[in-house]
Design a protein around this ligand. Structure first.
Ligand code: TRP
Length: 330
């Protein structure tokens, strides 16, 4: 029996290589062997993005990214979260069974409270209720599809655990209803370094956008921090940001050969050119597809509408079951 693997990306920024290597690539690999349910989490994005134009642009961007990187809509359920109202119905139901204390303990919310306290602001400054109840909507995403596996970045582990908690609470009171989901984290790649060597992250401003045009990509690669060893001096590949990125895009043989060149001495300029070449090779085709979809938004709309139809048909029986169990007439 194939497992249901579900994951969403919220449209809050441009997708960069850290997102790709740490979350999207492993999710697409899982999609090859399991039943994928992948979506654009636009209503999660609304907790942050509150400008209409930006919301539209970023949402289409996420959809085009999934498609460009190889998600096959005919072999998956691929939709925009906001097109599936059943998710929001279940979200309310789950909210009524979630203790407020559980939300108070969510890392993302706690981090904001800590920042506010440090800055001497009121503790909930800038926190909207969507942000506060974010984990409940995410639990609804996960539980409504009876997900077995949820590929996520490390920062999202707690959210999957909260989904499990809520499922257990409901099952205990009303009998077996929801499957208990498990998270899948890409351990090794979770630490893809950015231009400055810290974890690649939007908040560090050290990212490489995945569909960057070749000349810009080259410029970004040239900005990667290196040490001051001379071109013919030996270099430790495992200490190099350039090599860490190279590994993610080159073949096994290329990686081994490059390792040797580092150890016998390679100039940083050349190492960076080699990095550009393998990266560009891998990203060229997806970049072209991405452009195609962005220029043909009606095609994205059509694909997402079809996906929403499939999604709604799949989840309706479970939602009906849940409503009956809590005594809501259906
Ligand atoms: N919260 C996730 C993130 O920020 C996005 C997301 C929303 C998600 N719903 C989900 C991920 C359900 C996995 C499953 O990355």
């Amino acid at each position: 029996m194939k497992k249901t693997v579900l994951t969403g990306i919220k449209p809050t920024g441009r997708i960069h290589l850290g997102n790709y290597i740490g979350a999207i690539k492993p999710a697409l690999e899982l999609a090859q062997i399991e039943n994928p349910v992948y979506f654009v989490a636009d209503y999660h994005g609304l907790t942050k993005v509150q400008d209409a134009e930006q919301m539209k642009e970023l949402s289409y961007g996420i959809a085009a990214t999934w498609l460009a990187l190889g998600l096959d809509p005919s072999k998956s359920i691929f939709y925009r979260q906001s097109d599936v109202p059943e998710i929001f119905e279940l979200s309310w139901i789950l909210a009524c069974f979630s203790s407020k204390g559980l939300m108070n303990r969510a890392h993302a919310y706690k981090a904001i409270v800590d920042q506010n306290r440090e800055a001497g602001r009121e503790q909930d400054d800038g926190v909207n209720m969507g942000l506060f109840t974010y984990p409940i909507l995410m639990a609804s995403d996960i539980l409504l599809f009876q997900s077995d596996l949820v590929p996520v970045g490390k920062d999202q582990i707690q959210h999957v655990e909260i989904a499990r908690d809520l499922a257990e609470t409901f099952n205990r009171q009303f009998g077996e209803t929801f499957k208990l989901p498990e998270y899948v984290v890409e351990e090794e790649s979770a630490v893809l370094p950015g231009l400055d060597g810290r974890k690649m992250s939007k908040s560090y401003n050290n990212t490489i956008p995945i569909f960057e045009e070749p000349d810009k990509l080259r410029k970004l690669i040239n900005r990667i921090k290196t040490d001051s060893t001379e071109p013919d001096e030996a270099k430790d590949p495992d200490e190099s940001i350039v090599f860490a990125l190279y590994r993610e895009f080159a073949s096994e043989d290329e990686i081994n050969a490059m390792r040797e060149r580092y150890e016998t001495g390679i100039g940083w300029g050349e190492a960076k050119r080699e990095l550009f070449d393998v990266m560009n090779d891998v990203l060229e085709e997806p970049r072209r597809k991405y452009k195609y979809y962005i220029e043909n938004l009606d095609e994205i709309d059509r694909i997402l509408a079809e996906g929403a139809g499939k999604a709604r048909a799949k989840v309706r029986p479970l939602l009906t079951d849940v409503k009956r169990k809590i005594g809501i007439y259906v």
